[in-house]
Design a protein around this ligand. Sequence first.
Ligand code: ADP
Ligand code: MG
Length: 240
Amino acid sequence: MDILKTTQLTKIYGSGDTAVHALENVNLTVEKGEFAAVVGTSGSGKSTLLHMIGGLDVPTSGRVFVDGQELGAMTDEQLTIFRRRNIGFVFQMYNLIPMLNVWENIILPVKLDGKTPDRDYLQKIVEILGLDQKLSCLPNALSGGQQQRVAIARALAAKPALLLADEPTGNLDSRTSQDVLGLLKITGEEFFQTIIMITHNEEIAQLADRILRIEDGHLTSGSSPRPDLTPVSPDSSNRR
Ligand code: ADP
Ligand code: MG
């Protein structure tokens, strides 16, 4: 089943002579449970794509469907609620609240939604991410890698259908990046979550099921699910 579908997704910043065509006619489908990496040079449109998919910004034209629902058809308020319940975000900057401890940071989005955190589920996530001994620590007592793991746990807390990550390991050394990414992959598989992750690190991209390449606002490869994730597998060596 498609968890994400974009049709002719286009984003133009500005207008006239200074217009920047950040995305042009991007048609993308991602299946539930897939882990897709988005790669491309700086300025190619990766963050713009993630912002449109996550409903953080509005496309100039084209449509975005998450779990069958069209983001552009929602009011701002509906979109805010939909996002909180269905889409988790992890950014390069961890954006943790410094006065709240690890556990409070993790459950904050669920609480903001007026819901009760699922303790069993969160306990599992916290264990997988190796944070169980750190729950009462304040963020500034943690390393960068630990803080990013808290950000991942927070993004997963509401059991989002879609986890979007923009250079989540951009501030981490390569060893810690591999660890964090490995954990992200494990939580994704454990909870059948769909992950779309931007990276400029090819090694990290190789951990994904599929690599989406963006050049100059165009998706140049990886727009459909990998053949071997669909029932018939004509060429198992095809990693795209
Ligand atoms: P990437 O994440 O791949 O580095 P971005 O999606 O951030 O690329 O940017 C794509 C293009 O759109 C770039 O040329 C960038 O300068 C431009 N751009 C991004 N955000 C804005 C904005 N808010 N206003 C104007 N131009 C923007
Ligand atoms: Mg970017």
